[in-house]
Design a protein around this ligand. Structure first.
Ligand code: IMP
Ligand code: MG
Length: 186
């Protein structure tokens, strides 16, 4: 049973919607050709859906694809390895690709996906992440677009989960746990 009283909101719906519009406007100015959005499942599904709609309102007509990658499993600590659980089905060669993910933490997931698309001949691979946790990078990579810089807590909601729960929340929040008690300093 999910106890919503134990979740503190970090980024609310209005702040996320506003930031999505700003990022979509920035993407529209990047002069991308034959644009393919590749959303990294599962965590980015809600962000990708909203960002893509904002991109439509910014005048863009991207195609949309999904890749399902996993590095976390049910734990809140990265295993360090990235697996492809479902691959993209479209041709990426010669195209501009916008890779969309929920969080840039160690950087392994985005670096893996970026290398994969580049190896398949993508013309450019830009990256958009909803959240960036600074100071956690294991590989050297920067996202082209960052929604928000996120404090070093395990966050949930807006597509992100802990053990498969909380993805449905329309905001990003922190769950109080024994390891993460009284997150009042956020
Ligand atoms: P990285 O490969 O270490 O950069 O991790 C990125 C992936 O780990 C994200 O796509 C998320 O799926 C997951 N992740 C990292 N931090 C969190 C968190 O605080 N909440 C939920 N998922 C997270
Ligand atoms: Mg993810």
């Amino acid at each position: 049973m999910v106890d919503h009283r134990r979740i503190r909101v970090l980024f609310d719906e209005d702040a996320i919607a506003k930031r999505n519009r700003e990022m979509a406007d920035a993407i529209a100015k990047a002069d991308l050709k034959d644009l393919l959005v590749v959303a990294v499942l599962k965590g980015s599904f809600m962000f990708a859906a909203d960002l893509i709609r904002a991109m439509h309102h910014a005048g863009l007509s991207p195609q949309v694809e999904f890749v399902h990658l996993s590095s976390y499993r049910d734990a809140t600590v990265s295993s360090g390895q990235v697996e492809i659980l479902r691959d993209v089905q479209s041709e990426v060669a010669g195209r501009d690709v916008l890779l969309v993910d929920d969080i840039l933490e160690s950087g392994r997931t985005i670096a893996f996906a970026k290398d994969l698309l580049a190896a398949r001949g993508a013309r450019r691979v830009l990256t958009a992440v909803l959240l960036e946790k600074p100071g956690k990078r294991a590989v050297s990579i920067k996202a082209d677009l960052v929604g928000f810089v996120c404090p070093d807590y395990f966050v949930v909601g807006y597509g992100m989960d802990v053990a498969h729960s909380y993805r449905q929340l329309p905001f990003v929040g922190v769950v109080e746990t024994d390891d993460q008690p009284g997150f009042h300093g956020v």
